[in-house]
Structure formats: structure tokens, C-alpha cells
Design a protein around this ligand. Structure first.
Ligand code: ADP
Length: 415
């Protein structure tokens, strides 16, 4: 880019210099000829003045042609890009006889769904499951098992390779994409917000919503109080892609947005990033409220959050490897049980590590407390003994050296 810009600037400058040179030389030559003709009496002085005026008038349009050429070129490049965009065709379009889906109960059924991004490697390989209206289904399994693909297909980003997806008994192919998406809400792992106010971002889900409805949605997502604590409240600008909000806040904004949209089916991609316990509790509370009475599909990364789900599907290589409730799957002693054991072990290790670090912190504080106590005692003593007052500064933070009672500094220091 820098190299191209350099070439561009150099060529532009050369063009300007040459253009001016040609013009000035031309002007000079014609002036000489005209002056000569005036001196020999061939022309009158007025002709010379007229020539100068003509030349001055000609210079402006000639200069303009130089810049004009450049702007035409820029416009051509830009329009080329625009035309490329026009050529882009969506891969998924409505079938000619697709119907609107005016209301939705929220029953979702995957029938032997096959799909591949690349024909050589199937992503879903005969996926079969059903979610009853108002229930929560959790998708778990190793990375690459096809969990996100299920969401993408349900949201109709791609057409199926085989099998069918049904909503309330209608094949999604027979429903218009717009009306289907109106009934499906997504809470993504990483919420992208517009660089606008919070209110604008929240109303994006339903522009006709009133401020009061937005506040209610935020209350349900346990973010209302937090927003009111911001200096600009709902008028806070969230920054590029929402960078001024923390991960937990962004996710709760996404939840509030979905509550506002009020869809029957919710696709929830649980955040992988570890949040502090309190934020996590807030989010869990918000999610529980969100999923009440709605069909919810969750991609779960932490199994502890889905123990109460109505059904858990363990996806492996694009298929349901195991399914059932948390207890059923534990009793099965299969993949889920082993994942659960591993997570419990990891959790216990993390808890132990936290306990130990808390203990270390406590001990450190105690040592520091002893140190300052003994120092103040020393200081009291040194009030009588003038010669000892010049001990060094308070040595907090150096608790691993000679110990609190060691005299530090010059015993016979300055007063
Ligand atoms: P999960 O969400 O369970 O981690 P995905 O549904 O993202 O798994 O992926 C399933 C399979 O599809 C993986 O093998 C992955 O490599 C492949 N895949 C996912 N997205 C794409 C894509 N956009 N293009 C090509 N292959 C993809």
C-alpha cells in the first residue's frame, strides 16, 4: 500500500510538473513571438494583451483535465467494486412456493440431516433429534462435532445436503426465510454492537419498541441497573463493535435484545470466556428468564450450566452420539460421563488453586501486619533514642528479606 501510494504521488507530481512546464514554455514562446511582432510593428500592443488573457483563461481548464482524469479513474475503480457486489447472489433464496409462517409454537425437528461445507468432508452426517415446544436442548461435544453447523442450518445460512429440518411440522424450505428468522433469536458467543448508543443497539431488535419496553427487557436481562449507573445511561455510546462494554455486559445486552425480539426459538451460543462468579450468576439468571416458555437450543461449553436441560445431545462426527437428561447420560457412562468427570476434576483443581492462593494472600497480609506492628513499636522506642531515628523508609513489600526486627539503615544516622 505504501509502495503504491509512493508511486502514485510521484507520478502525480511528475504529471503536474510536466503539465506546468509545457504550459509555461508554450506561454513563453508565444509571448516572445508576439513581443517580436509588436516591436516590428506587425501587431498592436492590444493583441499582445489579448493573447495573455486567452492563455490565462486556457490554463484553468487544462489543469482541470489533469485532476478530472484522476477522479474518473478513482470512480471507475470504486464502481468496479460496487458491480462485484451486485454480482454476488445469496446461496439460500426462498423457494417459489414458500409460505409465510405467521405463528410458531417452537417445535424443532431434524430428520436425518446431512450437510457438508466441502463435499470431501461431511459436517453433519445424518443428524436426528426433536425439541418439543418450550424445552431446552443442550448441544455438547468436542470442537468440530457440528454444533455451530446445527445453528447455521436452522437459521438457513445454507441449504441441506439431505434430510429435512421442520419447524412446527413445516419443512423450513417451504417457509420464507424472513418469516422463519423472525421466530428465531440468536445470542451469539461474541456480540457485535454498532458504534452507537445502547438504546439504538437495543432497539435494533425491534425498532418499534418503546423506551419502557427496552427498560423491561433490560431488567429481565439484569443489566438495567448497571446501565443506569453509566454516566450517560442508555445514551452511552458503546464504541467500535461495543468495545467499551465488558464481555459480560455485552452478552446481557444481547440477551435483552433477544427478549425484546420475543422469538419462539432461541439459539444460544454460550460464551467460552471465563467470567467472574457474580457476572456468571447474573447471566445465568438472565438466560433462565429468556428461555422460559421458549424452545431453546444451547451450545454449552461448561456442562455445569446445563444439568437442568430437558435433553442433552452429545454430537460426535456430525451425529448424535448420546442423548438424554444429565442423569441418564451419567448413568450411561459414555462420552458425556467422561466429559463431566474431566470438567469436575478441572473445576476441583481450579477451586483448590484458588483456595491455596487465598491462603497465601492471607499469610502475606499477616506477615505484613506483624511487620508494621513491630515497626511502630520500634518507632516508639526510637522517639527516646534519637540516634536510632534514621532507619530506612517503611519496608512494606520486602517481606522476604532479613525480617521485621532487623535494624535497617545507619544506627548513628542524621537527626
Ligand atoms: P463445532 O461448533 O461443534 O465446533 P462446527 O459445526 O463449527 O463444529 O464444525 C463442524 C465441521 O465443519 C468441522 O469439521 C469444521 O472443520 C467444518 N466447518 C465449519 N465451518 C466451516 C466453513 N465455514 N467452511 C468449511 N468447513 C467448515
Amino acid at each position: 500500500m505504501q509502495r503504491s501510494e509512493y508511486t502514485l504521488l510521484v507520478s502525480l507530481n511528475i504529471m503536474n510538473i510536466v503539465q506546468n512546464l509545457v504550459f509555461t514554455l508554450g506561454l513563453m514562446i508565444t509571448c516572445f513571438i508576439a513581443a517580436y511582432q509588436v516591436t516590428v510593428g506587425q501587431r498592436r500592443v492590444g493583441d499582445f494583451v489579448a493573447l495573455l488573457t486567452y492563455m490565462a483563461q486556457l490554463q484553468a481548464p487544462l489543469n482541470f483535465f489533469g485532476t478530472f482524469y484522476r477522479s474518473v479513474q478513482m470512480a471507475m475503480i470504486n464502481s468496479e467494486r460496487l458491480l462485484e457486489l451486485f454480482k454476488e447472489r445469496p446461496t439460500v433464496v426462498d423457494e417459489p412456493n414458500a409460505q409465510e409462517l405467521p405463528t410458531c409454537q417452537g417445535e424443532v425437528r431434524f430428520n436425518d440431516v446431512k450437510f457438508s461445507y466441502d463435499p470431501r468432508k461431511p459436517a453433519l452426517n445424518g443428524l436426528d433429534f426433536q425439541c418439543r415446544p418450550g424445552t431446552t436442548t443442550a448441544l455438547v461435544g468436542e470442537s468440530g462435532g457440528g454444533k455451530s453447523t446445527v445453528f447455521r442450518l436452522l437459521f438457513r445460512f445454507y441449504n441441506l445436503g439431505g434430510g429435512s429440518i421442520q419447524i412446527d411440522g413445516h419443512d423450513v424450505k417451504d417457509i420464507t426465510i424472513d418469516s422463519l428468522r423472525r421466530h428465531v433469536g440468536v445470542v451469539p458467543q461474541d456480540t457485535v454492537l454498532f458504534n452507537e448508543t445502547l438504546m439504538y443497539n437495543l432497539k435494533y431488535a425491534r425498532p418499534s419498541a418503546t423506551d419502557e419496553e427496552v427498560h423491561d427487557a433490560c431488567r429481565a436481562a439484569s443489566i438495567h441497573e448497571k446501565i443506569l449507573n453509566f454516566p450517560d445511561g442508555y445514551k452511552t455510546r458503546v464504541g467500535e463493535r461495543g468495545l467499551k462494554l465488558s464481555g459480560g455486559e455485552k452478552q446481557r445486552v444481547a440477551i435483552a435484545r433477544t427478549i425484546l425480539k420475543d422469538p419462539r426459538i432461541i439459539l444460544l451460543d454460550e460464551a467460552t470466556a471465563a467470567l467472574d462468579t457474580e457476572t456468571e450468576q447474573h447471566i445465568q439468571l438472565a438466560l433462565d428468564k429468556l428461555s422460559q416458555g421458549r424452545t431453546t437450543l444451547v451450545i454449552a461449553h461448561r456442562l455445569s450450566t446445563i444439568t437442568t436441560a430437558d435433553q442433552i445431545l452429545v454430537l460426535h462426527a456430525g451425529k448424535v452420539a448420546e442423548s438424554g437428561s444429565h442423569e441418564d447420560l451419567l448413568a450411561l457412562k459414555g462420552r458425556y460421563a467422561s466429559m463431566w468427570r474431566k470438567q469436575i476434576r478441572a473445576q476441583q483443581a481450579a477451586e483448590q488453586a484458588k483456595e491455596l492462593s487465598d491462603k497465601a494472600e492471607r499469610l502475606r497480609k499477616e506477615v505484613r501486619g506483624d511487620e508494621s506492628a513491630s515497626q511502630s513499636e520500634d518507632e516508639r522506642n526510637s522517639g527516646n533514642e534519637r540516634g536510632r531515628t534514621a532507619r530506612g523508609p517503611v519496608r512494606s513489600g520486602t517481606d522476604d528479606d532479613a525480617g521485621p526486627s532487623m535494624p535497617h539503615g545507619h544506627p548513628h544516622g542524621h537527626p
